[in-house]
Design a protein around this ligand. Structure first.
Ligand code: FES
Length: 327
């Protein structure tokens, strides 16, 4: 299943390095009109990686002005090359975007909100914090990063939230206590979180253990945070008679599509699980980068989400496609 996309040309009007590895881009659509967006919305962006056009998702940051989109791109040196390509863009360059889309919408009316950001996962939560403060909602934010210098948007967030913002710097041995934070929330409070997969899994486990309604926990990942850098790996699919390499800059889902393997997908961020497929064996290491499969399923290593998950070595896979099922 593929969503129909409408693409639009934009021009980069401002480039600002807000941390050593996070660059903010202001994009002006060619028709001068940027529809309003709500917290949690993102753009899809076309980016050239090694001569091939690829798509990346970037959350919109801050409040809309009707004429621009604001995104922030973290340079991932061990990634698939999209963020590094985004960092080569210059002022007045044109890039194509689709959106805004929102699969991480803020629901107003809860008695209390906890926003939890890890690294570049802060981007959708900036807008949410602004919205909640404007609505005079009860809101706190926990914001973690590896180093203090990597706390993007720190000054405006301090100005906005004051002592309702708490930062955690891993290099300074500061860590969030999810169980205690969740236990301190009033009934029916909502938690919104965005960050790397291990952080989201820890929050989800603590939320489940607390007995709170899962509908009150909303999360989004950036689908690119793995246990090790993206490297090329081999895929064998006996039933399809296929044996091929997935390059470091391509997702497994893209490689399957190039090989003519029928797949279904939607989010392409490791969240919906639509693309999940069977793993027959792993000769090497499997790097689950999704938040759809449970920790138990990940440990069993017999399914993976090819839109984000990768490997080192060789994966033997099977798809959901069956020749006896008409398509
Ligand atoms: S397409 Fe949604 S998890 Fe892969």
């Amino acid at each position: 299943m593929k969503l129909v996309q409408t693409w639009q040309s934009t021009t980069i009007t401002t480039l600002t390095d807000i941390t050593p590895t996070v660059r903010e881009l202001l994009l002006r659509p060619s028709d001068g009109h940027a529809p309003r967006w709500d917290g949690g919305a993102h753009l899809q962006v076309h980016v050239m990686v090694n001569g091939a056009e690829q798509t990346r998702h970037y959350s919109l940051v801050g409040q809309p002005d009707g004429e621009h989109y604001r995104i922030a791109v973290k340079r991932m040196d061990g990634g698939r090359g999209g963020s590094k390509a985004m960092w080569t863009l210059a002022l007045n360059d044109a890039i194509n975007i689709s959106g805004p889309h929102n699969h991480f919408a803020l629901e107003l009316g809860a008695p209390s909100y906890l926003l939890v950001a890890g690294g570049i996962g802060i981007t959708p939560l900036v807008t949410m914090a602004q919205t909640l403060i404007a609505k005079k909602a009860d809101v706190r934010m926990l914001y973690g990063a590896r180093t203090r210098a990597e706390l993007a948007f720190l000054a405006p967030l301090q100005g906005l939230l004051g002592d309702r913002l708490q930062t955690f710097v891993a290099e300074e041995n500061q860590h969030m206590d999810f169980a205690a934070e969740i236990a301190a929330l009033p009934a029916k409070a909502q938690l919104y979180t965005c960050g790397p997969v291990p952080m989201l899994e820890a929050i989800r486990a603590a939320w489940k253990a607390s007995g709170r309604r899962l509908a009150h926990l909303r999360f989004e990942t950036f689908g690119s945070s793995g246990s090790f850098p993206a490297v090329a790996f081999r895929v064998v699919m006996p039933r399809h008679g296929l044996d091929f390499m997935v390059p470091a800059q391509q997702t497994l889902l893209e490689a399957l599509s190039d090989k003519g393997v029928q797949t279904i997908s939607d989010c392409k961020r490791g969240e919906c699980g639509l693309c999940a497929m069977d793993v027959l064996s792993v000769d090497g290491k499997l790097d689950h980068r999704d938040v759809f499969l449970s920790p138990h399923e990940k440990a069993a290593c017999n399914r993976l989400c090819p839109c984000v998950s990768r490997a080192e070595g060789t994966l033997t896979l099977d798809s959901a496609w069956r020749s006896d099922i008409p398509n």
